[in-house]
Design a protein around this ligand. Structure first.
Ligand code: NAP
Length: 303
């Protein structure tokens, strides 16, 4: 990690492009790091569709970024599931084909690619339980994964099997973006307000978005290659997370528990990890950074 004094002494960041900068995670990271770049291109999907190689070539030919950060993805897990097995569907075309197109151009033009992925590439099953370290390789098997998770895994493989210089950054249940309904804290608040239950048997490690912004900045600044995990610690459950959050926001709330084990027996379930979570030790060491605990992150975000 670069400290403020070093930052001033180092040359400014090379021209960069962010795909998916208008989405939930991309817009949060963009608002934290945009001042640090002298030239930053943030095309909308209309201006730059990653599934269209000719579109990409034209855009990149015009602006010549040296770093690309990719947040663009098909992210609706329930909608994605309706396309299970379809390799011509929009989920595959964006999460696999789009990444393949970006990787090819980055290989050819020696552009450093930072690609954002998810804990959902890991199954979180009894046979292959988390939390997972940066060096753990997800089994290449669609069975226990959601279709979203499986396509994100195939996107990762486009990257890891390439000659591109890349950073693969996995995140999980992000929060820290006020007023965004997709934010995990806002989702949990909605559940609590409506008296809906939260899973108490699901293990996970949510990501605090300011930690992600710091990581993306460091990795882009020094073009550090590798696989990075950005999450809070220690391992928790949605119920435990929600109960702590409610203590701050709705002290008298009656928080109900449910079991992901039971959900996975329902007829139209979408696979999701029970024993999930990401480990961040190698990332924190490599970047000399310390991520928030989820309790500290909740305190910082809600005060
Ligand atoms: N949100 C989560 O819970 C979560 C958890 C783990 C990992 N992630 C990862 O974080 C990244 C960002 O997720 P998010 O939650 O911010 O998703 P999001 O809100 O759905 O944003 C996705 C962005 O990608 C753009 N996009 C979609 N298809 C595109 C295409 N063909 N060409 C160019 N841009 C395209 C969208 O543009 P339009 O809006 O115009 O379609 C949108 O700006 C994804 O890689 C996701 O897998 C998210």
């Amino acid at each position: 990690m670069i400290n403020q004094k070093q930052k001033k002494e180092l040359p400014s960041l090379p021209p960069a492009m962010i795909a998916g900068a208008g989405g939930f995670v991309g817009s949060s990271v963009l608002s934290s790091i945009k001042e640090k770049f002298q030239q930053l291109f943030t095309p909308s999907r209309n201006e730059l569709d990653i599934t269209k190689p000719e579109n990409l070539l034209k855009f990149l030919g015009k602006y010549s970024p040296k770093v690309i950060v990719n947040f663009a993805a098909f992210t609706d897990i329930n909608e994605a599931e309706k396309q299970r097995g379809e390799r011509k569907g929009s989920v595959w075309l964006i999460n696999v084909g789009g990444v393949k197109n970006l990787v090819r151009i980055c290989e050819d033009d020696k552009i450093f690619l930072i690609h954002v992925s998810t804990d959902a590439v890991f199954p979180g099953t009894n046979n292959f339980p988390g939390p997972y370290s940066e060096t753990q390789v997800p089994p290449n098997n669609p069975g226990p994964l959601s279709w979203y998770g499986y396509t994100k895994l195939q996107g990762e493989l486009m990257l890891t099997n390439s000659k591109a210089r890349y950073a693969l950054v996995r995140i999980s249940y992000p929060f820290g973006h006020k007023n965004c309904p997709k934010d995990f804290v806002n989702k949990v608040n909605e559940y609590v307000k409506k008296g809906l239950p939260l899973f108490s048997d699901q293990k996970f490690t949510p990501t605090y978005l300011p930690d992600l912004a710091d990581t993306i900045f460091s990795v882009a600044f020094e073009q550090i290659e590798g696989t990075f995990h950005v999450t809070t610690h220690p391992l928790t459950s949605p119920y435990e997370f929600g109960a702590y959050l409610a203590k701050n926001l709705a002290p008298n709330a009656d928080i109900k528990k449910s079991q992901v084990k039971e959900y996975l027996k329902t007829p139209h379930y979408v696979p999701r990890p029970i024993h999930g979570g990401l480990l961040t030790k190698k990332t924190e060491k490599k970047l000399s950074i310390r991520f928030h605990s989820w309790k500290d992150a909740i305190e910082e975000f809600t005060h």
